[in-house]
Structures are given as structure tokens and as C-alpha cells.
Design a protein around this ligand. Structure first.
Ligand SMILES: [Zn+2]
Length: 265
């Protein structure tokens, strides 16, 4: 596969796509020393509205090493896809190379993969993320009590205040925006928690516990994202969508099979 030289400043480093629980300073140092011998990073170009964004899906240590060296461009494998594709591909990062993954890293990869492929079998998720079948089963069992309906209800109550263009698409967009605002705050908290690592003042804080809870919070909040216009009522409201006109991804899995891919948001 051909690589491309991309401007580093155009590459979006989205921590939601980073399966490392935290970056390792020693690894960044090591990569900076042998930078030109490293494999290219992987980037996915996704259309977000009218804009083509370049998301880093593999190479979070390498891009930090490049920045440390003052590089302005770097070799990348470039893929095209949706943001969900980026999540799915990022979940497979570091499976076979790079710094050995911790259990927390593996769980982060699982959460990411499951957030976009709830229909996948446990085996498919395990193979894709390079973890054991048992680990996926435990993760799913531990997280199956997350109830996305409360989050969805709150989002709808927020969007109910948007009166002007009250189409199902604008309600979905408002719900999505609202959830992303919360997700960004959680992501900011994740960064703050990661920065506690080498801070002696925070030595007694349970950093990994906090990081884990925030990771779960992010996944719980994103469970409420609108996924598709309800194909049973075309957005007019029915029992299937609790009269909201749209479905979350997990709710859409309850649909009869022939409806599941219709009207993706
Ligand atoms: Zn409906």
C-alpha cells in the first residue's frame, strides 16, 4: 500500500480513537530517537458535514514523537471511511505491534469496537481487537446493565425546546450535538486524569479507577447518540421509537432485519 506525506497539523488526534489508556513518555522518547525507522501511521479521512477530516487511527505515540522532533509532515497510510469505520479500525490498533497493551488498553479497544458494532459476534470482536473471547464476554456482561434510554430521554427533552425547524433530522442533530458536548467534557476529564500520573501531589489518587469510570461514562453517554430515523414510522413517531422518530444504535438492533440499514443518520 502506498503511503502519503501528510501535514501533521491537518491530522486530528481524537482521544476517543486512542485505545491507549495513556501515552508513555519513555516510548515517545524512544520513537523520537529512531523516528525514520518507524512504520507509517494510519489515518482515516472522514466526511464530517462538508468537511473532510483526517483522523489518526493508529500511531498516537509516533505522532507525538514527530511533533517533538519538530516535523511538519509524516508518512501515513490513508484510508477513506466513516467515523464509525475509524472507531472500528482504531480498535484493532496495536494488536500486533508497538508498546505492549495493558488490560486497560484492551478494554478501551473493546469499548470502541462495541460502540460501533453491537451486532458483531463476541468472536468477531475478540479477533478484531486481538483479545480473548472471555475478556469480551466479561466486558459485555459487566456493561449490559447500562440503560441508554435515560440518556436518550434527556436528549429528547433538550431537543424538544428547539421549536423552529422541528423535523426528525434537526431533533437528531440537536440530540447528537448535546451528547457530543457532554462527551467532550468527559474527554477533557480523561486528559486531566491522565496528567495526574507523574504528579506527586496526586500520588494517593486512584488514577486508574477514575480513568476506568470516565471511560465507562463516555461509552454510556455515547450509547444515546441518534443512529437512524425510525424506519417503522419514517420519523413520525411510533411505539418502536417511543414517539421520538429516531433510534439509537442499540435500539435499532431490535428492529426486524430488513429495516436495520435504512435511513442511517
Ligand atoms: Zn417510529
Amino acid at each position: 500500500m502506498q503511503t502519503q506525506q501528510l501535514d501533521i497539523e491537518n491530522i486530528t488526534v481524537d482521544t476517543r480513537l486512542q485505545t491507549r489508556n495513556s501515552l508513555c513518555a519513555a516510548t515517545i522518547d524512544e520513537y523520537a530517537e529512531s523516528f525514520d525507522a518507524l512504520p507509517p501511521v494510519r489515518v482515516m479521512q472522514c466526511m464530517v458535514g462538508d468537511e473532510a477530516l483526517l483522523y489518526l487511527i493508529d500511531g498516537f505515540h509516533r505522532i507525538e514523537a514527530a511533533k517533538r522532533l519538530g516535523r511538519t509532515t509524516m508518512h501515513c497510510y490513508l484510508f477513506l471511511g466513516s467515523y464509525d469505520d475509524a472507531c472500528w479500525e482504531a480498535a484493532a490498533a496495536n494488536r500486533e505491534h508497538g508498546l505492549r497493551r495493558t488490560n486497560a488498553d484492551k478494554q478501551r479497544a473493546l469499548a470502541l469496537a462495541l460502540s460501533v458494532k453491537q451486532d458483531a459476534s463476541l468472536r468477531e470482536i475478540a479477533d478484531h481487537c486481538g483479545v480473548s473471547h472471555m475478556m469480551v464476554k466479561r466486558w459485555v456482561d459487566d456493561h449490559s446493565s447500562v440503560d441508554e434510554s435515560d440518556v436518550a430521554v434527556e436528549a429528547v427533552q433538550e431537543t424538544a425546546q428547539v421549536a423552529d425547524e422541528d423535523t426528525v433530522e434537526t431533533r437528531m442533530q440537536s440530540a447528537s450535538n448535546r451528547i457530543e458536548v457532554v462527551a467532550e467534557k468527559i474527554t477533557a476529564a480523561q486528559l486531566a486524569v491522565a496528567q495526574m500520573e507523574n504528579d506527586p501531589l496526586c500520588r494517593f489518587a486512584n488514577q486508574s479507577g477514575a480513568a476506568n469510570d470516565l471511560k465507562n461514562a463516555l461509552s454510556a453517554v455515547r450509547f444515546g447518540l441518534p443512529h437512524m430515523v425510525c424506519p417503522m414510522c419514517n420519523g413520525n413517531g411510533c411505539d418502536q421509537c417511543d414517539l421520538y422518530g429516531w433510534l439509537t444504535k442499540s435500539r435499532s438492533t431490535l428492529l426486524p432485519k430488513q429495516f436495520r440499514t435504512a435511513n442511517r443518520f
